[in-house]
Ligand binder design. Structure first.
Ligand code: IFM
Length: 449
């Protein structure tokens, strides 16, 4: 496979698909009854057993890349003890990717922690940096030769907000100061892992050896809009949230500045001076789903009220088309996010984009329209190298349990049977029609739409 080919992918995360993540903080959190309807991740999609079949499904759509995470809680279930069985499983998964010429993009942290690490305070404590880097080094030592694309952290800000403000992730503390503290620790862990990968002198091996090493993060971005366009406070707050949510992490990993503070609600932590002017990303990974309306003094608590401020956030107007999560379908926002990412002058991967749509009513159009925005952003000078649909399979959607269905393939959770949705076949046709092209093309997309 040519290095310059556009990467047509799909993404998953270990905890959401593999099953039996028994030594993780989420496993315990689920047992404590924190998931909608009392759901437990349990066997999830049983990807652990069915991964070969799942990669065949990916191949059947013509995907040439697969983004997945390596689960720290499985690799190091007990502090200091590596689990050889887990390493062997990830080795088989990589072998399967190699056999099928599916380029792996590896995420090292996707929301979950080993329970022992959570007990120590997770990323809110400084020692998490050492523990994470030790885990990352071991993964790199074993698999570093074979993997070109690395994503150190998935959506670090969402993790910090979920854990220390929103209450939708363990440990669900309401302590905004910890958002800044944990962000700073994660940034340090990311930067050290970036250096580890780049300082490695060993020759790369296998079918992807000619791919340059690229390391980055997958960053969730949203289009913040004032609920009332004329409202000056809402305009200011939307701008502040854009800086905080969309730009702060991109500033930090490109060495521009570090500012994880927000409007007096989140205290900015002490700077890591070593990172001033030091870029720790080779690409920017953009996870994009929707927009957010910001409302000053919301009328009711149904508007996602941030308790510390008289501020409401909602993800769609009642009348507009939206996903089963209640997120507006807003392809234009992806282009805006990509143009923001492109201003950092790095290549971009759309590391996640997708829709929870059980009936598969919107997914086909969703994929087309978002790819069209990618083609526009490319025309405007962005350098977008790949697109990963979220998700390959229906899976465990964190605090929402198994209700939301994001998959190209529908999963019957009883029998574990997979079935291609019509939109998956549309994605396959788009990929086929792009053979020999370097990126999504507006004319091709329009002719198929
Ligand atoms: O399922 C999640 C994923 O784990 C991270 N990004 C957003 C997805 C949809 O909510």
């Amino acid at each position: 496979m040519e290095r310059r080919n556009f990467l047509w992918g799909a993404a998953t995360a270990a905890h959401q698909v593999e099953g039996d993540n028994q030594h993780s903080d989420w496993w315990r959190w689920e047992k404590e009854g924190n998931i909608e309807g009392g759901a437990l991740s349990g066997k999830a999609c049983d990807h652990w057993r069915l991964f070969r079949e799942d990669l065949q499904l990916a191949k059947s759509l013509g995907l040439n890349s697969y983004r997945f995470s390596i689960e720290w809680a499985k690799i190091e279930p007990v502090q200091g003890e590596w689990n050889e069985e887990a390493f062997a499983w990830y080795d088989s998964l990589l072998q399967e990717c190699e056999k099928l010429e599916i380029v792996p993009m590896i995420t090292l942290h996707h929301f979950t922690l080993p329970a022992w690490m959570a007990d120590k305070g997770g990323f809110a404590v400084k020692e998490s940096i050492t523990h994470f880097v030790r885990f990352a080094s071991e993964v790199i030592r074993r698999f570093g030769d074979r993997i070109p694309l690395w994503c150190t952290f998935n959506e670090p800000l969402v993790l910090c907000l979920g854990a220390y403000l929103g209450g939708f992730m363990p440990p669900a503390k309401n302590n905004p100061e910890l958002i800044g503290v944990a962000s700073r620790n994660i940034l340090d862990a990311h930067a050290l892992t970036y250096d580890l990968l780049h300082r490695r002198r060993k020759k790369r091996l296998g079918p992807f050896a000619h791919f340059p090493l690229e390391v980055g993060i997958a960053h969730n971005m949203m289009d913040f809009l004032p609920d009332r366009v004329w409202h000056p406070i809402e305009q200011i707050v939307a701008g502040a949230l854009d800086r905080f949510y969309n730009r702060a992490w991109l500033d930090a990993i490109t060495g521009a500045k570090q500012n994880f503070g927000l409007l007096g609600l989140i205290k900015a932590p002490e700077q890591n001076k070593m990172l001033h002017g030091h870029r720790t990303a080779d690409y920017i990974g953009v996870n994009f789903y929707t927009k957010a309306f910001v409302r000053w003094k919301p009328r009711d608590s149904g508007e996602g009220v941030i308790t510390q401020l008289p501020l409401g956030v909602s993800f769609a107007r009642k009348e507009e088309p939206q996903s089963d999560m209640g997120w507006a379908i807003h392809p234009d926002g992806l282009r805006k996010a990509l143009e923001c990412a492109a201003s950092y002058n790095l290549p971009i991967y759309v590391t996640e984009n997708g829709i929870a749509d059980r009936a598969d009513r919107y997914r086909r159009g969703y994929i087309f329209d978002h790819l069209l925005e990618i083609s526009k952003a490319n025309e405007n000078g962005a350098n977008i190298r790949g697109f990963y649909y979220w998700s390959l399979l229906d899976n465990f959607e964190w605090s929402k349990g198994f209700g939301p269905r994001f998959g190209l393939f529908e999963v019957d959770y009883e029998t574990k049977e997979r079935k291609a949705r019509a939109s998956a076949l549309a994605y396959r046709d788009i990929i086929r029609a792009h053979e020999g092209t370097a990126a999504p093309q507006a004319d091709i997309l329009k002719s198929l739409r």
